[in-house]
Write a protein that binds this ligand. Structure first.
Ligand code: NAD
Length: 312
């Protein structure tokens, strides 16, 4: 059922948390928005700044809060933690952020929280797994942002190449939100046509497609090289997932979800399409991958399992 008075708590008012808050303010489906940060001044500054945008958007309550506020929240979105330094892989952030997460998740659960966790901090797949373990919540209530951003980048670049609105491009990146992610070329649909049928006279060759995927895979590094961090795209991706929950949409979105045999794996959180509604993850959509995609998916899942083993 649609959540009429959605309460969202953002933990970590950095670049990602603030961009997400700004996206929510512009979309108007959240009633209460609480911001928590170890730097309480930063959280307060953001709350006041956002409140001043209210006359241009929708009525909403926004305040800098504490973990007590999680008690009756529908959704807690964790964007806290150290950021990816230039050249640092997301997985190298693991040990730093796993410690921060244990502390945060414990405090959220001590409040009596019964809602849904959404994780954005990197390495997001491993930290979604950690959140599931530390919280004791059912896996349906713990979601990682996964490949929602990677898939958006993929759709945008395909749309730009084929000159079609990106909303008419269906395309997915699966696996780790990171270096071992994979493009699902076999399922790309442009304006309802399979990739190679869209423009039969100008079919893309393998090199062009590989180049496009590399742009998707390395997008974060390219942005970080230029401005130190990425945050607008993920802010909107988090807002999209939040809307699917608030409006009980049953939207199919690529998120990081716990596999329980889907895609031939278990005990790992990784990017897969999932049906999202007010209960969280209703189910994972188990697509049929070709041989190469299966091998790449297996490799990505095994890398993530290796990292999970390092902290559990
Ligand atoms: P940032 O450094 O700007 O912000 C992090 C915030 O977390 C800071 O305000 C800091 O004070 C706060 N914080 C740190 N420890 C805390 C704690 N224990 N409790 C509460 N708050 C705490 O970083 P950012 O650019 O906002 O990035 C945040 C995370 O999001 C990073 O891990 C980054 O890699 C990740 N990220 C994920 C995606 C994605 O697609 N999932 C995309 C971009 C960035």
């Amino acid at each position: 059922m649609e959540i009429k008075s959605m309460k969202v708590v953002i933990i970590g008012a950095g670049a990602v948390g603030s961009s997400f808050a700004y996206a929510l303010l512009n979309q108007g489906f959240v009633r209460d928005l609480v911001i928590i940060d170890v730097n309480h001044d930063k959280a307060e500054g953001d709350a006041i700044d956002l409140l001043h945008g209210m006359p241009f958007s929708f009525p909403m309550n926004i305040w800098a809060g504490s973990y007590e506020d999680c008690k009756d929240a529908n959704l807690v979105v964790n964007c806290a933690g150290a950021n990816q330094a230039p050249g640092e892989t997301r997985l190298e952030l693991l040990e730093k952020n796993a410690k921060i997460f244990k502390d945060i998740v414990t405090k959220v659960m001590e409040s009596g929280f019964k809602g849904i966790f959404l994780v954005a901090t990197n390495p997001v797949d491993v930290l979604a797994y950690a959140t599931w373990k530390y919280s004791g919540l059912p896996s349906s209530q713990v979601i990682g942002s996964g490949t929602v951003l990677d898939s958006a980048r993929f759709r945008y670049l395909l749309a730009d190449k084929f000159k079609v609105d990106s909303r008419n491009v269906h395309a997915l990146i699966l696996g780790e939100h990171g270096d071992s992610s994979l493009p699902l070329w076999s399922h790309v649909m442009i304006a309802g046509k399979p990739l190679f049928d869209f423009d039969e006279e100008n079919r893309p060759n393998e090199e062009e497609l590989e180049e496009l995927f590399i742009k998707v895979r390395d997008a974060a590094y390219e942005i970080i090289k230029r401005k130190g961090a990425t945050y607008y795209g993920i802010g909107m991706g988090l807002a999209r997932i939040t809307r699917a929950i608030a409006k009980d949409e049953n939207a199919v979105l690529p998120v990081s979800a716990l596999l329980k045999g889907e895609y031939g794996h278990e005990e790992v959180y990784t990017g897969v399409p999932a049906v999202i509604n007010s209960g969280g993850i209703r189910e994972i959509v188990n697509l049929k991958l070709n041989k190469e995609e299966t091998a790449r998916f297996d490799n990505s899942a095994d890398i993530l399992k290796g990292y999970i083993e390092k902290i559990f």
